[in-house]
Each structure stands twice: as C-alpha cells, then as structure tokens.
Write a protein that binds this ligand. Structure first.
Ligand code: SME
Length: 177
C-alpha cells in the first residue's frame, strides 16, 4: 500500500474508532472494536488482534479478526514473546527471515507488534498485526497504532484488582483477565 493511501485510510478510520471507544469501559469491547475496524479498513492485513498476558510466562489470544491465531504463546517464543521481553514496538518486514516467528498463516509476510504496558512497567497485552505484503509496516503505522494503544491502556486502570501487575499483589502473581 502506498504511503498516501495508508495515511488517508488511517485518517478516515481512526476518528470513528476513537469515538466508539472513548467512553468505553470494557476492555474486551474496545479490543474487539479496534480489531474489527482496522482489519476491514486495510486489505493487505490478514490478522489484527490482541494477545493477553495471563501470567508471567504466557500470552493467550484475545479479540481478533483474520485467520486462525495461535491460542497460547510462551513469552520465550515468537515475535509476540519478543515484544513482551523487550517491552517495545517491533516491526518485522520479512517474517521468513526471523527464525523465532510463529507462523499462524503461510500468507503472512510482515508483522508489527505493540506492547500495552501497565503503570508499573508490566506488559499486559500485545497488539499484533500481520500483513500479506513484505515490509507493510513503517513509521506511519507506528504513529497511528501507538495512538490507539494509548486509548486502551487506561482501561486497565479501572479494574486494579483484576489486572494486578508484578509487585502489586505482594505475591508476585498478576495480569489476568
Ligand atoms: N506471529 C506471531 C504469532 C501470532 S500470529 O501472528 C496471529 C509471533 O511470532 O509471535
């Protein structure tokens, strides 16, 4: 997709998404809405969704659109696991060059992952996008998708007992939804 069309698409789709989720209090509702609206806006994306951190070592698939998504990912594995360990946005322009990549679909050529990080620095979820085009993700995607993550993050603060981060419980357990 060329850059101009990408920016136009984000410019058209982000305002209504924000309008829909800005007063939303339910995390699953917000994640589902974002996945659906983005997936249908970009033809070259074949998977858009979330992996939820359910314990120290484990990501479980959350709301998503697209083909089959692996149900469970250990944080030692995959691009999603790397996102948790590195606590940073990763853009993989050619997944065939990344040995640790977990191929949920042979059609996926590039991938971007964004961490959702809690107030104490724990990665609580990973926002994952896959494309059928090599090199599909760039600074434009980073700018707009980070903005959406910023809308999701505060939803975790509404349920402090439900989304404990490491250290908050006093027992070292945390996360789950
Ligand atoms: N490719 C991911 C796995 C999830 S699917 O893309 C939906 C990874 O390597 O972690």
């Amino acid at each position: 997709m060329n850059e101009k069309k990408k920016e136009e698409t984000y410019g058209r789709i982000i305002p209504p998404i924000v309008e829909m989720i800005k007063d939303e209090k339910d995390l699953i509702t917000a994640m589902s809405t974002i996945s659906c609206e983005l997936y249908h806006a970009f033809e070259h994306w074949n998977w858009v969704g979330f992996y939820r951190r359910v314990d120290e070592r484990t990501l479980k698939v959350g709301p998503y659109q697209g083909g089959h998504g692996c149900l469970t990912i250990d944080v030692d594995r995959g691009v999603c696991g790397a996102c948790v360990r590195e606590k940073s946005i990763l853009m993989i322009s050619d997944v065939s060059k990344v040995e640790s990549h977990i191929a949920c679909s042979p059609e996926t050529k590039s991938e971007m992952v964004l961490p959702i990080i809690g107030n104490m620095g724990t990665v609580l979820a990973v926002f994952d996008l896959d494309s059928t085009e090599i090199g599909a993700f760039d600074a434009t995607d980073k700018e707009f998708l980070s903005g959406l993550v910023d809308w999701i993050r505060p939803l975790y603060d509404q349920f402090p007992g439900r989304f404990l981060e490491v250290g908050q419980s006093g027992k070292g357990s945390n996360f789950a939804i």
